[in-house]
Design a binder for this molecule. Structure first.
Ligand code: FAD
Length: 498
């Protein structure tokens, strides 16, 4: 690892963001709003090289990010065709014909010694437990297609939005806050021979853009972090077999539901992301077991609603950049790595990377300690997400195709082996430092995928059978009462957004 202190530290006054996709405009908006008085910020994007344009499902912390930036929810939702998202329905993942929802809510109520699923497992043994998800308001609301935001009956939610419109919306906010926008193709990244730092970007028209600090948001290419700085990439395709996607938009065939659909198929899965006026569809697949032509045909046959555009194939290598911060460059978005889109974590990682960068921002010059801190957190976050995503492919009864058979046989990270054994043998879930998914997410997905723990925590035995029965019935009643008062998602969107 290079030492930043071997060269005089240069104060950082100017930041150059390379790339104008979701990552670039999120970075420009956040930096200009929060650190704009101390920094001059320039964003360079090519008008000929498009954005990936498929990241349209999010997870709840995006709301905190929007609050941080003072984004008005209604204005943002109207500008981006957004709908509300309460979770993801996984169809055919455990086995063909089976379905469960991973929702953003809390299931039941936990006590300090053990979480709700221990009480549920005990109640199940007695024979009076309803479905696990029936104790979670978000999950029941999703199933019934209902939604409302209200202070008295809050639901935990995220959004689906149009990726291109989201970029456009952020661009206005960023430019209004003083970000300089330059259109041009970066033809060369110039690096100082002595320090190894990036000094400027040369554009195809010959202009050069100088900066003290650079943010690489150039997508899968990683023009700065990889082509110029040779940071290296940890390839995770032995854990995550899917390496391709085909995306296509269709007209809505019914009111938008408040959740994403993920439907497993013989060599991967298909997504459905409902926006207000159209549906985002895509098929994620492993090119070893499905050709592009087969994927396009499958997608065309399975989508509902008339196509709006032609199917587009996207190739990716699951994995992460060895360092998210190298020299005077931080990579965000696809330039920093891509795990795969199954749990909508990529836009979230842009946000956490940005928040970490702003907290560690090197106003007085880049230091190795800040780089190390950033990279340690980056690594633990990516590793924890990797475990969570790989779990979906490993814990399943599917072995009906060569793809699923390979998933059954494949090695998994040692950390995940441990988590699966702990849950199966004891029913316990302990989170890693970087884990963005809570115990509720792990239990919903582990049990949804078919892993039932052999034991529950004996704290559940502290309640008499009668008390447990009343406790469970009371919780279920609360959820049912809550959801009964909610309007349909569609009616709420019409009333809330006009
Ligand atoms: P891009 O959108 O690729 O933007 C790159 C930018 O760099 C563009 O502006 C381009 O013009 C510019 N550029 C490149 N080269 C040059 C050059 N030489 N000169 C000047 N400019 C240049 N994430 C989620 O959170 N939820 C999802 O549901 C989700 N689904 C996904 C599905 C798929 C199939 C894929 C592949 C990704 C998905 N993602 C999802 C990830 C999400 O799309 C990205 O994290 C997000 O869009 C950020 O992309 P980006 O800005 O890093 O890159």
């Amino acid at each position: 690892m290079g030492s930043a202190s071997a060269h005089p530290q240069k104060p950082v006054k100017s930041v150059v963001i390379a790339g104008g996709g979701t990552a670039g405009w999120m970075a420009a908006t956040a930096l200009s709003h929060l650190l704009g008085k101390s920094l001059s910020i320039t964003l360079v994007e090519s008008k000929d090289i498009g954005i990936v344009g498929v990241g349209e499902a999010t997870i709840p912390p995006i709301r905190t990010f929007h609050k941080l930036l003072g984004i008005d929810e209604k204005a943002f939702m109207n500008a981006t065709q957004a709908t509300f998202k309460l979770g993801i329905e996984f169809q055919n993942w455990r086995e063909q014909g089976h379905s469960y929802i991973h929702s953003f809510g809390i299931t039941g109520r936990e006590c300090w010694a053990g979480e709700f699923h221990h009480f549920w497992l005990r109640a199940k043994e007695y024979g009076f437990a309803d479905e696990f998800g029936d104790y979670c308001p978000e999950l029941v609301a999703a199933k019934q297609g209902k939604f409302a935001t209200s202070e008295s009956m809050p639901l935990n939610f995220a959004y689906h939005f149009d990726a291109v419109a989201y970029g456009r919306y952020l661009k206005t906010l960023a430019c209004d806050a003083g970000v300089m926008h330059v259109e041009g193709d970066i033809s060369q990244v110039n690096v100082c021979e002595q320090s190894g730092n990036i000094t400027s970007l040369t554009l195809a028209d010959g202009n050069a853009i100088q900066g003290d600090f650079f943010i690489d948001c150039t997508g899968f290419k990683g023009l700065l972090i990889e082509d110029a700085l040779h940071t290296g990439y940890d390839n995770w395709s032995h854990y995550l077999l899917c390496d391709s996607a085909v995306a296509m938009q269709t007209e809505l065939a019914g009111p938008p539901v408040p959740y994403t659909k993920s439907v497993a198929h013989s060599a991967g899965w298909r997504w459905q992301i409902p926006l207000r006026e159209r549906m985002g569809n895509g098929l994620v697949y492993c090119s070893r077991y499905m050709s592009d032509e087969q994927a396009i045909d499958t997608l065309r046959n399975e989508v509902v609603g008339n196509p709006i555009n032609e199917p587009r194939v996207i190739r990716f290598t699951p994995g992460k950049r060895r360092m998210g911060w190298n020299k005077n460059c931080v990579a965000l978005g696809l330039a920093s790595g891509f795990i795969e889109p199954l749990e909508s974590t990529s836009i979230h990682l842009i946000m956490t990377g940005l928040v970490r960068l702003m907290r560690l921002f090197p106003f007085d010059g880049v230091t190795q300690s800040a780089i190390d801190e950033y990279n340690n957190k980056f690594t633990s976050e990516m590793d924890a997400i990797l475990d969570f995503i790989v779990m979906h492919y490993k814990v399943t009864d599917r072995h009906d195709s060569a793809f699923w058979q390979q998933c059954q046989r494949m090695d998994i990270p040692a950390s995940l082996t441990h988590k699966l054994a702990l849950f199966e043998q004891t029913g316990r879930v302990f989170l890693d430092d970087g884990d963005i998914f809570r115990v509720d997410s792990w239990t919903q997905v582990l049990m949804g995928q078919g892993m039932m723990p052999k034991q529950y925590h004996r704290v559940a035995d502290e309640m008499s059978e009668q008390a447990l029965k009343q406790f469970m019935a009371g919780l279920k009643q609360q959820v049912d009462n809550h959801v009964a008062k909610l309007p349909s998602h569609d009616a709420f969107l019409a009333q809330y957004l006009g």
